[in-house]
Design a protein around this ligand. Structure first.
Ligand code: HEC
Length: 291
């Protein structure tokens, strides 16, 4: 086929345009009518599914039990939230498993920002910018090696991350058995503080792995509170508070089973007070910190 000049192409386009204008179907009412019908069908489908979902379990009993009711089409309700639960295992929905896995790869406090913000941001910018970056008009795959490689790699990486994310043990499975850890993770502190050793991810108060308080600081904060941090004087005995403070000072910014840099400040008091405290605070320190 001979190459057309710009002028020929423009004329060809104008011929086609005026032909379509005379003989084609107008957007209104034709296309609008079709869109309306399809939208109505979708709404009817959603309503039908809601009715089926409701019909499958009949009347909802007034008093919810611990039992999950309902089957294939989703539960009517699930067990009531229990504020006393110690080992809550937060898990994302399946379509966020890839992010979940990314966070597990970059889990140290210094690297967390890479997995949680930097990589997803690069990802989104690339996604939005791709049409502007890759302006190659060729449609032959063999002439577009980079686009082809990306098109194959990205789904493989996402599927792999999703797969491993779906099998990842939750935070509850990794929680520490150190004395004080159970009390810390059991809601008193976990709702507000992130502490890797306890497997908590609260973000109201400072991330304790970064704040890295020594024993005296932790003792003071837990006893007296400050700003958004409540006092626990009325909640725990002095021994229990001392055990919590020792636990935090020892395990903040810990590297695996190696205690953090402030561990020495808790050395003498921490294991002793935990033994006295008992209950959630009992246990013997199985690390090198104890007396
Ligand atoms: C309601 C949220 C909340 C709860 C619950 C909470 N904290 Fe805090 N915590 C905070 C806030 C906010 C701060 C920062 C206070 C400030 O510096 O003004 C803080 C600060 C601290 C600090 C000082 C960190 C530093 O070095 O600056 C320690 C240690 C601490 N909390 C330990 C605990 C422990 C242990 C528990 C559980 C017994 C706990 N917190 C429960 C909100 C909370």
């Amino acid at each position: 086929m001979p190459r057309l000049t710009a002028r020929e192409r423009r004329e060809g386009y104008q011929r086609e345009y005026s032909f379509q204008k005379r003989h084609g179907k107008p957007f209104f009412p034709n296309a609008v009518f079709h869109d309306t019908i399809v939208s109505l069908i979708v709404v009817a489908l959603i309503m039908g599914m809601a009715i089926l979902w409701h019909a499958q379990f009949g009347a909802i009993p007034a008093e919810a039990t611990a039992e999950r009711i309902g089957g294939l089409l989703g539960p009517a309700y699930e067990a009531k939230a229990d504020p006393g639960v110690l080992g809550y295992d937060p898990r994302p929905d399946w379509y966020f498993f890839f992010l979940f896995e990314l966070l597990r790869i970059f889990k140290t406090p210094e690297l967390l920002i890479v997995g949680s913000i930097i990589i997803p941001t690069i990802w989104m910018v690339l996604l939005i910018g791709w049409p502007f970056i890759d302006r190659n008009p060729d449609r032959r795959l063999s002439r577009r090696p980079i686009a082809l490689a990306l098109g194959v790699t990205v789904p493989i990486v996402l599927l792999t991350l999703t797969f491993y994310g779906s099998k990842a043990p939750g935070a509850a499975g990794q929680a520490s058995t150190e004395p004080g850890a159970a009390a810390f993770a059991g809601g008193a502190c976990s709702t507000c503080h992130t502490l890797a050793n306890a497997g908590t991810a609260g973000n109201v108060g400072p991330v304790l792995d970064s704040a890295n308080p020594d024993y005296a600081t932790a003792l003071n904060f837990i006893t007296n509170g400050k700003g958004g941090m409540p006092s626990f004087k009325a909640t725990y005995t002095a021994d229990e508070i001392s055990c919590l403070a020792g636990y935090v000072a020892t395990w903040a910014a810990a590297k695996g089973t190696t205690p953090g840099p402030q561990a020495a400040s808790a050395k003498a008091t921490y294991p002793a007070s935990c033994t006295k405290a008992g209950g959630l605070f009992a246990g013997t320190a199985t690390n090198a910190v104890g007396p």
